[in-house]
Structures are given as structure tokens and as C-alpha cells.
Ligand binder design. Structure first.
Ligand code: F6R
Length: 241
């Protein structure tokens, strides 16, 4: 793992550089994307670079990590809605080439079809990840098998509590989601993991310095040949201690 530590603004800029390099070299690259608070700075940076003509997504394809079950793409807490609002409407990506797993009528078959779609697109070139306080990546909660493909998950109480800030009440937070599996993520050619804030310091320490264990899903990234971890000073504060 390569570790980059800087301010949250600087890591967003440095991560954005990776996209400039990738799309310069491979305009039709397949991007694996994430939602949540962490990528917002990066997405704003990509929108700025696109407006200045420094990057184009015109030929790119994207696959998001996950979606809440039971929410239509028009629901303002769905991840499809989040992506449209925070990235797709600000860059020149063809909306029909952006994929977010559907949160409605989800079955194990539609989940498996998502993996097939990724394969047919040639596999993910660069996968972006945030990390949950419990070490989850995508919605792969602790003890998800490393061999998992896209699948349906029951969200843990801690994840629902963490995400309740976006809903009116805990009851409104969906209980299930569909997520790329750990194996789906590990098949990406390159991976970026980003973490911001002191609340992520312990899971980052466990991910980077702890044993590779299904109890800390992100620790599997130690086994990936090309994974860069971008941390702000707070998220990196427990490293080496
Ligand atoms: C989002 C996702 C999640 C988040 C993680 C961190 O698509 O898959 O794993 O990356 O929960 O969320 P934030 O960035 O809001 O702290």
C-alpha cells in the first residue's frame, strides 16, 4: 500500500491527479465510484478540472459500489441521486454509461448480473473507496468473506447509526443494501482508499498496520498490488503509535 498524508484539500487534489493521468492514458477507462462524505472534495476537484478542460469523462464508464435497497434513484438519499447531484451533473460523462446498482427489485441474480456487466465493460481500472468506522468498504461489513461478489447485505446497527445523519430518523435508514463484494473490489486494476477525520483513525490503523482479516474488511487492501491510501492528518493520527 502506498500512503499519502496531507490536508483534506491536498489529498482531494492529489487523488484527482490520478484521474487526470488515467483518463489521459485511457479515455474510455472504467471507474469504480463511491458515495459518502469522503469523496465530495475529490468530486468537486474533478468538476473543476473538467470545467477547465483538464480532464474529460466523455468516453469513460462508471460503476458505483453500492445502493440502499428499497430506494428509487429519484429518492434524495439514494446513491444514484447522490452521484447525479455531486458528480455526474458537473462533468461530461454520458449518464447512460454511469451504473449504480438498482435498489429496487433486487435479487441475488440482479446482483450477480452487476458483476457480469463490470466484466463485460473490461473490468474496473480505478476503484475509489471510502471506509466505514468499522472498517467496511462498500457495504461489506466485518466478516464478509473476502471471496464475495456483488450481493445483498443487512446493514449493521453501527452503519445505520452513522448514516442516520442524512435521514429524518433511524427508522428511515434502509436495513439492507446491495454492494459490490470484496472480490469485486479486489479485481480492480488500481484502488484509491480515502479517509478524512479523527473518527477514521482507528479503522485506518487496523487497515494499514493490523493483520489481514475479514473482521476488518479494508485490511484486504494490503494484498492488492496497486492501492494508494489518501489520508488527512487526523485520519492518519494513530499510524505508527
Ligand atoms: C459509499 C460506501 C461506504 C462509504 C463509507 C464511508 O458508497 O461504499 O463504504 O465509503 O461508509 O462513508 P463516509 O465517506 O460518509 O464517511
Amino acid at each position: 500500500m502506498k500512503i499519502v498524508i496531507d490536508t483534506s484539500e491536498a489529498i482531494a487534489q492529489k487523488a484527482a491527479e490520478k484521474y487526470v493521468e488515467l483518463l489521459d492514458a485511457k479515455p474510455d477507462a472504467v471507474l469504480g465510484l463511491a458515495t459518502g462524505s469522503t469523496p465530495l472534495g475529490l468530486y468537486a476537484e474533478l468538476a473543476k478540472l473538467c470545467a477547465r478542460g483538464k480532464i474529460t469523462f466523455a468516453k469513460a464508464h462508471s460503476f458505483n459500489l453500492d445502493e440502499y435497497m428499497g430506494l428509487e434513484g429519484t429518492h434524495d438519499q439514494s446513491y444514484r441521486y447522490f452521484m447525479n447531484e455531486n458528480l455526474f451533473s458537473h462533468v461530461d460523462m454520458r449518464i447512460e454509461e454511469t451504473h449504480v446498482p438498482s435498489g429496487v427489485d433486487v435479487t441475488e441474480q440482479t446482483a450477480a448480473d452487476y458483476d457480469k456487466l463490470i466484466e463485460q465493460a473490461g473490468g474496473i481500472d480505478l476503484q475509489l473507496l471510502g471506509i466505514g468506522n468499522n472498517g467496511h468498504i462498500g457495504f461489506n461489513e466485518p466478516n464478509t468473506p473476502f471471496g464475495s461478489k456483488t450481493h445483498i447485505v443487512e446493514l449493521t446497527d453501527s452503519t445505520r447509526q452513522a448514516n442516520k445523519r442524512f435521514f429524518n430518523s433511524l427508522e428511515e435508514v434502509p436495513t439492507h443494501a446491495v454492494t459490490m463484494g470484496i472480490s469485486t473490489v479486489m479485481h480492480a486494476k488500481s484502488i484509491i482508499l480515502m479517509a478524512i477525520g479523527a473518527g477514521k483513525a482507528q479503522c485506518i490503523k487496523d487497515t494499514v498496520e493490523g493483520p489481514v482479516t475479514e473482521a476488518v474488511p479494508a485490511s484486504v487492501l494490503q494484498l492488492h498490488p496497486d492501492c494508494t491510501v489518501y489520508l488527512d492528518y487526523e485520519a492518519a493520527s494513530l499510524l505508527g503509535k
